[in-house]
Design a protein around this ligand. Sequence first.
Ligand code: UDP
Ligand code: MG
Length: 312
Amino acid sequence: MKLLSVVIPCYNEEENIFDFYNELMKTEEFFKGRDVDFELVFVDDGSKDNTAAKVKELNQKDGRAHLISFSRNFGKEAAMYAGLSHAKGDYVVVMDCDLQDPPAILPDMFKAIEDEGYDSVATRRVNRKGEPPIRSFFARKFYKIINKMSNTEIVDGARDYRLMTRQFVDAILSMEEYNRFSKGIFGWVGFKNKWLEFENVERKKGETKWSFWKLFVYAIDGILAFSTAPLAMASLIGVLFCMVAFIFIIVIIVRQWTVGDPNNMVGWASTACIILFASGVQLFCVGIVGQYLSKAYLEVKKRPLFIVKEEL
Ligand code: UDP
Ligand code: MG
């Protein structure tokens, strides 16, 4: 008998726990036929509602449902890491609690691993139906930019919904970085990977935890975690400015020598503009360096990714 661990990060999902469980159990028949049993790892990411209580209630009904409860909200990345490190399965799948990752395609994902020999099966949604248009616009731009900047492939529309072999999971767990950006980490570890596509499913109950601002910060974190291109860009801007300055100097000297310069005292406005612009660019570049420094600072501290309050 093989074990399939289902890792479910939950933050304020009390309404969804049982719906999710019922939906997932519709695939149980298939997995029984394949001699595979479930293990459910619910990670309560410091929910403010009754998520933990609901999972305990579920545990009474079905002992295969486990609970890891955080002391506060540590974010989905930390919740996934906690779930993956607690999962004992030969196969592990990460799924959202809100049914936006349809359990119905889980059997197909499993077949790709067991029958076709893949190490992981990831999913991407082919459209962004039901999403605000500006959000889709910036999401597309983000994927364009990060793929130009980073050697790791980061796929547009990729979800964290992914079925993995034990070997793949161990590779993920060996990346202990503090600034976790899963979309990059999954790509970075390599292995043979298959993509399954599905139509976007809208969230039925509860609400999304991602505001536009949170997504923006997440996008910047992703770029910082998987690319050093902004640092190179800062150096490049520096070189460019030096070159422009050099040309200016030559022009001024030559003009002084040939025609003389009657306007020597008048150019203060343009001078002020140049100084302002140049110092703006300098601060911007120092800011880029600062961003990397702050990430390095957090890594060096080696703080735990999460703190467990309760385990069941
Ligand atoms: N989630 C979490 N911690 C957080 C935010 C979200 O564990 O700080 C979980 C959430 O409960 C859900 C999944 O991550 O199961 C995806 O979150 P959400 O549905 O809000 O994101 P979206 O689907 O809108 O991208
Ligand atoms: Mg969702």
